[in-house]
Design a protein around this ligand. Sequence first.
Ligand SMILES: Nc1ncnc2c1ncn2[C@@H]1O[C@H](COP(=O)(O)OP(=O)(O)OP(=O)(O)O)[C@@H](O)[C@H]1O
Length: 262
Amino acid sequence: MAPEPNEDDGRWQEAGDHATSETIPTDAIIRGTDVVKEYETGGQIVRALKGVDFGIAPADFVAVVGPSGSGKSTLLNLLGLLDVATSGDVRLRGRDVSTFTDRERTRKRKETIGFVFQSFYLIPTLTALENVEMPRMLDRTPTKTRQRARQLLERVGLGDRLDHYPDELSGGQKQRVAIARSLINDPDIVLADEPTGNLDRDTGDRILELFDELRRDENVAVVTVTHDDYVAEAADRVVTLIDGRIRETESRRANFEEGPDP
Ligand SMILES: Nc1ncnc2c1ncn2[C@@H]1O[C@H](COP(=O)(O)OP(=O)(O)OP(=O)(O)O)[C@@H](O)[C@H]1O
């Protein structure tokens, strides 16, 4: 059954044909207005995003769905500060990201965003603990980093696998290590590209439960691109991209814990 938009929650308006600025949370960490992204290849311009509005609030759980080529990865790259929009306004905590230097963008990305991928991307010659420490390897606080990495692996249920290498772990365990790694810099948002794509359904379900716990306990927003309906069903909102436009923004969950904004 199609879920009803959550009309009790003042942060969101009803789902419509096209997401408008009214569907964007007022407390968004990152928000985009009328965002266009074009690529140029072989003298041809491909318009991957054709003027979309989006916003990610603290502890949001958003699924981005849509057919192949509809612009999902493009949107994720913009949210992850991996790429810049061709036009439109993208703001991180109110600051226009197009004014960031490359260095600033890299720093903001490190501070704000964690990444999780379908293929885990763990380094095979490093233990689980070392993989989680990796993004902070150049920091001058190795003891603190080790402590935090250990804590995160315990948090994702792998306290007894710290010294295991990736090929000694199951797919679900590898993804847990990758999730712990994504949290090492205490990001505000975790971007997960098909996080359950290489996992069986039960293992995938447990990863979704973990995301759900993390967003509740750690206040981390999770944005996932997915082709799996059941992943989309676990999210608060489903953003459907069709041919570079957002066609729908639904609240799937009936109850937000916090009340409506004033
Ligand atoms: N680097 C690039 N150069 C040129 N065109 C690109 C580039 N990246 C994406 N595109 C084009 O932009 C459009 C959107 O691509 P995008 O990868 O965002 O879609 P997607 O929804 O993530 O697709 P999929 O589900 O297949 O991963 C497509 O037409 C694609 O061919």
